[in-house]
Design a protein around this ligand. Sequence first.
Ligand code: SF4
Length: 286
Amino acid sequence: MRIIRAEFMGLCFGVRDALAIARDTNRPESVSIYGELVHNPTIQGELVSRGFRVVSEQERDSTLLKDRVMITAHGISQKRLAILNTQASEIIDTTCPLVRRVHEATQTLERENRFVVLIGRRNHVEVQGIVEDLSRSIVIESPDQIVDWKEPALGVVSQSTTTPELAQRCLARILELNSLSDVRYMDTICRPTRQRQQALEALCQSVSMVIVVGGKHSNNTRQLAKRCAELGCKAFQIESAQDLQAEWFTGLLAVGLTAGTSTPDETIEEVAKRLATMAEQNEPGF
Ligand code: SF4
């Protein structure tokens, strides 16, 4: 069985930079991380073992924070930041610049008196951070949630990790049902997400099954697995090499490998190594 890697996969620069800031932070025991720095259990474990207090996304509002607070790569609203500034002696901000770009785009659209339509996952922290600063907005997760909002002007953006394919389908439906509105679309999908999606599409042309490595809570990892299914390719989403099961590969000649933007290189290499061992032990199939 051949193991074919996607041309682009794994950590993006936004996550690398956030991690580098965390690793360079002195006195980690005095820092609360305001949510999951990145949606990956391996990285979360490393941060906890270094002494950081990781406050879960669900408990951000109810937990007493330490003196210093680290904002995650997913960003937060200006409203929330103002509150944190009154509580913490230092804010360590690791917000990805491409998430900031989504905030800026929505603020521009709001200044133009547009009703903002955000294509993304309603409960995701990035999305919450964006809409908390908007006075009029709606989050949609799929085309079937789109209606005629009867607004004179709409502004449409995407969560940074939305698939280009979903964004296009939603945009087409918005234009169809809101033909009397002036619609402005700003493309806010981040480049690493786009590259990984395109590489996956190419990969799915050569294999019938793909292993997608990444955290369960990682939006872009889930999107990669979902896209495989849409392309008629079987996908297994795993967090580590231990999750691989030999029976998945019975009779398979080739398997694809990809990973979300919050998956560390070491985790990908461990998965690739275990796949290679399984392939050798079970030739021609498993
Ligand atoms: S996935 Fe995109 S937006 Fe998110 S941290 Fe990476 S580069 Fe930034």
